[in-house]
Design a protein around this ligand. Structure first.
Ligand code: GLY
Length: 337
C-alpha cells in the first residue's frame, strides 16, 4: 500500500491508498502514447505519471497536427498550445494556455499544479516565463507539413493574414473580421481531428485526466479553448469519475462539458448516458461555427464510455490484461443521426 504523497509546496497530488486494477483510456490518436502509460501503471506507477508520459508521446508525434510539435498554427501562423492535468482525489488542477515555443505543454501544466499551487492556469507570455524559469526547453513547433497546411488554408481574400508573425496592415478591426471569416469558412480538417484526451486509473484508485491541443487551426491569436479550463475540456473527481472533451471547445466551455459528464455520473447515470446527456445539452446551443464535440469518461471502478455525433469516431482503451490498444466505436448521439 502506497503512503499518502504530498507535494513540496503543499498541493496534494493524491490521497488514494486502495488497490484496484489499472486502466488507461484516450481519444483518437492517443494510441501514440497509450502503451507507455499502461507500462507505467503496470509497474505500480501513478496515474499522474502515466497521463503525462502518454500525452508527451502524443505531443512529440510529428504526424499529429492537433497538438505539440506539428500542431496547426493560429491565424498568424504561430503555434499556440493549450494543456491541462487534473487529479481526481484532490481536484488539483494545472494548466497552460496559448503557450508558444514549448513542445510539451502537458509537463508545464503539471509543473504549474505542483510548484505553483496558488494558481491553476497560466497563459501566453506568463506561461512561457514560468516554463523558462522551470528549465523547459523551447523548440520549433511548426513542421514543414503544418506550415504548408497553414498556407493552404489561407484563401486569396485573406491576404491580410498572409505571412507568419505578421500583423494585418489595415487595423485590428479588419484583421478581426478576416480572422473570423477564415475560421468560419474553414471546415474541420480531414480525418478524426482534435485534441488528445487521456484518463488513467492507477492501482491506488487515483484518477487523472490530461488534455493537450494546438486548438482550432487558424484560431484567433490568444484564443484559449476548453483544454485549459477545468470543468470544460477536463475534469476529474475520484468519487464519481473523470471526463474529457475533444472537438469544438467553445461548445464544451458553454456547457461545462467535462464537469457536466462527471455530474451525470454523480447522479447515477451510466458512463455512456452521462456522455450523451452532455452532448445533447451542447447540441441545443446556437453556434454558427458548430463543429464536432466528443467526450469520454472513466469511473473509479474502471468502467468507461465515449460518445460523439459522428459514426466513425473511436476511443482507445488499455487494461492491465490488454495485449494491445483496444479501439472501440464511440456511442453516437442519436440527435445527430
Ligand atoms: N477542444 C479543443 C479546442 O477547442 O481547442
Amino acid at each position: 500500500m502506497r503512503p499518502l504523497r504530498q507535494l513540496v509546496d503543499g498541493a496534494l497530488t493524491s490521497v488514494c491508498t486502495m488497490t484496484t486494477s489499472p486502466v488507461i483510456i484516450g481519444s483518437e490518436r492517443s494510441e501514440a502514447g497509450l502503451a507507455l502509460g499502461m507500462d507505467i501503471l503496470r509497474r505500480g506507477g501513478s496515474a499522474l505519471d502515466a497521463v503525462e508520459a502518454t500525452i508527451r508521446k502524443c505531443e512529440d508525434n510529428r504526424d499529429d497536427v492537433f497538438l505539440g510539435t506539428g500542431g496547426l498554427p493560429n491565424a498568424q501562423g504561430v503555434v499556440e498550445l493549450d494543456a491541462s492535468i487534473m487529479v481526481g482525489s484532490t481536484r488539483a488542477f494545472g494548466a497552460v494556455g496559448a503557450l508558444q515555443h514549448y513542445p510539451n505543454p502537458i509537463s508545464i501544466a503539471r509543473r504549474v499544479m505542483e510548484v505553483l499551487p496558488q494558481h491553476c492556469l497560466l497563459v501566453g507570455e506568463g506561461a512561457a516565463l514560468f516554463a523558462a524559469e522551470q528549465g523547459f526547453e523551447t523548440a520549433e513547433l511548426l513542421t514543414e507539413y503544418s506550415r504548408r497546411r497553414y498556407y493552404e488554408g489561407l484563401q486569396p481574400t485573406d491576404r491580410s493574414l498572409e505571412g507568419e508573425n505578421t500583423k494585418a496592415v489595415d487595423g485590428d478591426e479588419r484583421y478581426r473580421l478576416s480572422a473570423l471569416e477564415l475560421v468560419a469558412r474553414l471546415g474541420p480538417p480531414e480525418g478524426m481531428y482534435g485534441t488528445v484526451n487521456v484518463i488513467a486509473l492507477d492501482q491506488y484508485g487515483e484518477l487523472v485526466t490530461g488534455v493537450s491541443t494546438s486548438g482550432y487551426p487558424w484560431k484567433y491569436p490568444g484564443r484559449v479553448g476548453d483544454s485549459s479550463l477545468p470543468g470544460c475540456g477536463n475534469y476529474a473527481d475520484s468519487r464519481y469519475g473523470a471526463a474529457a472533451c475533444t472537438g469544438r471547445g467553445e461548445l464544451s466551455m458553454r456547457v461545462g462539458g467535462a464537469r457536466s459528464v462527471v455530474e451525470g455520473l454523480k447522479q447515477g447515470r451510466s458512463p455512456v448516458d452521462a456522455c450523451l446527456a452532455m452532448l445533447r445539452d451542447a447540441a441545443t446551443l446556437p453556434d454558427p461555427f458548430r463543429a464536432e464535440l466528443r467526450t469520454l469518461c472513466l469511473t473509479p471502478d474502471g468502467r468507461h464510455a465515449a460518445a460523439s455525433g459522428q459514426t466513425t469516431a473511436t476511443y482507445n482503451v488499455l487494461t492491465a490484461t490488454s495485449v494491445g490498444v483496444e479501439t472501440y466505436p464511440r456511442t453516437v448521439d442519436d440527435v445527430h443521426r
